[in-house]
Design a protein around this ligand. Structure first.
Ligand code: NAP
Length: 470
């Protein structure tokens, strides 16, 4: 496929191979974008901003609805692209494709609701003759940088609200999974989005990352990815808005009054969805001692039923990890944990990009698998004697995206809601529950700001005050 810059689809002699992580089969190539392409994209986006800020909102709305229709008509093709270039199984990819349609539809709906309010100027003595209001205006060029694990819907979460709000976009998708983003770009152009509003540069962060994040023409960086990259970008970005959707190692608490069957089933799904390469994937489960043994038995039994294999086979439950390098990293962390006293209950083996669904107990506090984000199919079970202990341990890491509690007690639920240091609390659900209109984001090292279209729109627009002296 080609990159989208200005008014054309751009090719280059130097290419990047896009391969299926299951068997390394070449699916397609994309141009290896460089700094000159980033410059061209910014120049186009400056013009694109002038076009989009002047488009009446009803036109933006119809373009977004039309894009959603096109996505719907190609839903299966999108699902196959997601599952071929990435790690998701075809079943998981279908869900992502359908959620992307939601994201674009909600962007169209929210475009109608970018509203301001009147200001009671006469609340201050001497201002009795003033009358005014504020409305929200677009901020300019949004630099969107996206990860590999949701290669379509996380792109839509940036592009949808950016366009709805009247901005223009320079997008850099993850180098290993650029095809879903480019196909989304095709759908937007086909739906009538004027050229130059959306620009997509494919290329490695090591080559074009700095040019993207340091350019003062970018008025906001909307980044989703790892905490390390997020920190690097934050240091280099300069004076502009920053949205950071970063990693986590989400905690789940299972109390002695929980529906254990429900807790085990949902937590297994939450731990191994997308091979655990999920920012809200379950990584640490704190189980009340009264039900620990029963829960562990159920959890391990469910885990052993997961069918690992080719992600495009209908009956595969878990595909390969995104690269062999990533799978080898997880293997190293597993070895470190085994060497420091953690007990392996099932899994632990790697073959190429495949990593078995892996469950540990007695994970030491200092092990990377406890305190860092594994972003792979590994989950830890811990025995606790009280909710207070579970909450304390849940909060003991530097991340805080989602947390969850399984309990039948309102008192327990509200205590967890109040005390878990996270951006979202799920009660009787896995941490990876998400729909696209909810505010989504983390605290501590899990990020800054919120996505979820309405919330992204707030970040991507600014209030402009108007005051009449009558
Ligand atoms: P990543 O390595 O941080 O890369 C994410 C994107 O940033 C890619 O497009 C990458 O380009 C680019 N990038 C990396 N370093 C950069 C730099 N210094 N300057 C500019 N761009 C840079 O993350 P990933 O492995 O793709 O995704 C996994 C991570 O994303 C996990 O930590 C996960 O938790 C997080 N995530 C968070 C959320 C959320 O909403 N909170 C959602 C999904 C994923 P290249 O591909 O060219 O390296």
């Amino acid at each position: 496929m080609k990159m989208l810059i200005g008014e054309k689809w751009v090719d280059k002699d130097e290419k990047i191979d896009v391969c299926n992580p299951y068997n390394d089969e070449l699916i397609d190539t994309v141009p290896a974008g460089d700094v000159a392409d980033v410059e061209a994209a910014f120049q186009a986006a400056e013009e694109g901003f002038e076009i989009n800020r002047r488009l009446p909102v009803h036109q933006r709305i119809s373009i977004l609805y039309k894009t959603a229709e096109i996505l719907k008509s190609r839903q299966e093709d999108f699902a196959k692209t997601i599952a071929s270039e990435g790690s998701k199984t075809i079943k998981e990819a279908r869900k992502e494709a359908s959620r992307c349609i939601d994201t674009i539809m909600i962007s169209a709906e929210e475009a109608r609701r970018i509203v301001g309010e009147t200001i009671p100027f006469d609340s201050r003595e001497g201002s009795e003759n003033r009358l005014g209001y504020y409305y929200r205006f677009p901020i300019g060029i949004i630099v969107a940088i996206t990860p590999f694990n949701d290669p379509l819907n996380l792109v839509a979460h940036k592009v949808g609200p950016a366009i709805a709000g009247g901005n223009s976009v320079v997008l850099k998708p993850a180098t290993v999974t650029p095809l879903s983003a480019l196909k989304l770009g095709e759908a937007f152009i086909e739906a009538g989005l004027p050229w130059k509003i959306l620009n997509i540069v494919t290329g490695k962060a090591s080559k074009i990352g700095d040019a993207l994040v340091t350019d003062p023409r970018g008025r906001m960086i909307s980044f989703t990815g790892g905490t390390e990259a997020g920190l690097d970008i934050t240091k280099k970005a300069g004076l502009k808005k920053i949205g950071m959707e970063l990693g986590s190692n989400s905690p789940v608490i299972v109390m002695d009054d929980a529906d254990l069957a429900q807790a085990a089933e949902l937590s297994v799904s939450g731990a191994f969805w997308a091979v655990g390469q999920n920012c809200i994937g379950v990584q640490r489960i704190y189980i009340h001692e009264a039900v620990y043994d029963e829960f562990e038995k159920m959890f391990v039994a469910h885990t052993k039923k997961i069918k690992v294999g080719y992600q495009l086979d209908e009956d595969t439950d878990m595909g390969p990890m995104i690269t062999e390098e990533e799978a080898a990293r997880v293997e190293e962390w597993v070895k470190e944990a085994c060497g420091s006293g953690a007990e392996l209950l099932t899994g632990g083996q790697r073959e190429g990009t495949h990593f078995e669904p892996t469950v540990f107990r007695n994970m030491p506090d200092a092990a990377k698998l406890n305190c860092e984000e594994v972003f792979g199919p590994v989950v830890n079970l811990y025995k606790v004697s009280s909710l207070d202990e579970a909450i304390k341990l849940s909060n003991s890491v530097r991340y805080g995206l989602h947390g969850a509690i399984f309990t039948r007690s309102l008192e327990n639920a509200f205590k967890a809601i109040k005390e878990l240091d996270v951006g979202g609390v799920m009660v009787n659900d896995s941490t990876d529950y998400r729909i696209d209109m909810m505010p989504f984001g983390g605290v501590k090292w899990s990020g800054l700001g919120r996505e979820g279209i309405k919330f992204a729109l707030q970040e991507m627009t600014e209030p402009k005050l108007v005051c009449f002296n009558l």
